[in-house]
Design a protein around this ligand. Structure first.
Ligand code: C2E
Ligand code: MG
Ligand code: MG
Ligand code: MG
Length: 282
């Protein structure tokens, strides 16, 4: 009897795995098509200067408009893009679109000193062609390299320290700034902070989320801000959602804030409209 049940259960899992593999294969095929048929686009979330209450920059976030399934989030398709290597091509397209948007902002003189942050995953760094691609795009669109920032996560520092270092140095020598994204979620050592010439750290939103929970959380967020500043690095609070969180972060001398409290990621036309009426209520 038990043996029979076990066998049934095995069949059940087997069918599930098959379904999973099939849907994965479909996503891979669809994603390939998405790239060639330009189904990918960028949305932009404002990065706000905490001292001036102005929008200093935008983070570009990729979206996929699937012809049947509608909007797919990057959390779903970026991992597939990474496994299949498609991320290299997608990443190049993201850089191109971000530079194009930036050029549009500059042309229309909207926020003269505006910069755009672009996320880059480990595999793109390891492909070692991204720096050239960035250089070409900046040149082609007549953009100053200081208007593009690249965000990398701690994982690349662990996966391939040397490749990460040469990538970061190459960007820096071009005049492109480098941000360390999702800080505090990985397993990297704090010593990376002074070994890599980061311009800013983005403290992961899980920390901002936990601010109200205890004095200890508050102490951690504050010390990370102080640590960044003592190393000459700017500090960004990610995922800021409430007025309470804003008040706490303001007292901690943070530099920049980003989160739904100010704005969700928007399409470029919406950003333009938003920028023109932007004012933080205090
Ligand atoms: P990330 O770089 O840390 O981007 C911030 C994410 O937090 C975005 O999710 C954004 O919509 C979300 N967010 C911003 N403010 C808030 C808030 O107040 N509350 C909450 N709950 N969430 C907030 P999104 O757009 O879904 O992107 C998820 C991740 O996908 C990004 O995390 C990034 O790691 C990756 N990603 C997005 N676009 C790209 C891309 O073009 N290339 C690569 N390689 N990765 C990308
Ligand atoms: Mg990011
Ligand atoms: Mg982040
Ligand atoms: Mg991330």
């Amino acid at each position: 009897q038990a043996k029979h049940q076990g066998k049934n259960r095995f069949c059940y899992f087997d069918a599930n795995i098959k379904k999973l593999v099939t849907s994965r294969m479909k996503m891979e095929r669809d994603l390939r098509q998405a790239v060639s048929e330009k189904q990918l686009f960028l949305v932009y979330q404002p990065i706000v200067n905490i001292r001036t209450n102005q929008i200093d920059g935008l983070e570009a976030l990729v979206r996929w408009e699937h012809p049947e399934n509608g909007l797919v989030s990057p959390a779903e398709f970026i991992p597939v893009a990474e496994e299949t290597g498609l991320i290299v091509e997608i990443g190049e397209e993201v850089i191109r679109m971000a530079c194009e948007a930036l050029a549009e902002f500059k042309q229309e003189s909207i926020l003269k000193h505006l910069y755009v942050n672009v996320n880059v995953s480990s595999l793109q760094v390891l492909a070692r062609t991204l720096d050239d691609h960035i250089r070409q795009n900046l040149l082609q669109m007549g953009l100053d390299s200081s208007s593009l920032n690249i965000e990398i996560t701690e994982s690349i520092l662990i996966e391939d320290y040397k490749a990460a270092m040469s990538f970061v140095r190459e960007l820096k020598s071009m005049g492109v700034q480098v941000y360390l994204d999702d800080f505090g979620t990985g397993y990297s050592s704090l010593s990376y902070l002074h070994k890599f010439p980061f311009d800013a750290i983005k403290l992961d939103r899980s920390f901002i989320n936990a601010l109200g929970e205890s004095g200890q959380n508050r102490a951690i967020v504050e010390s990370i801000g102080q640590l960044a500043h003592s190393l000459g690095i700017n500090i960004v609070a990610e995922g800021l959602e409430t007025k309470e969180q804003l008040e706490v972060i303001e007292q901690m001398n943070y530099d920049l804030i980003q989160g739904f409290y100010f704005a969700k990621p928007m399409k470029i036309q919406e950003v333009k409209a938003f920028v023109s009426q932007f004012e933080i209520d205090d």
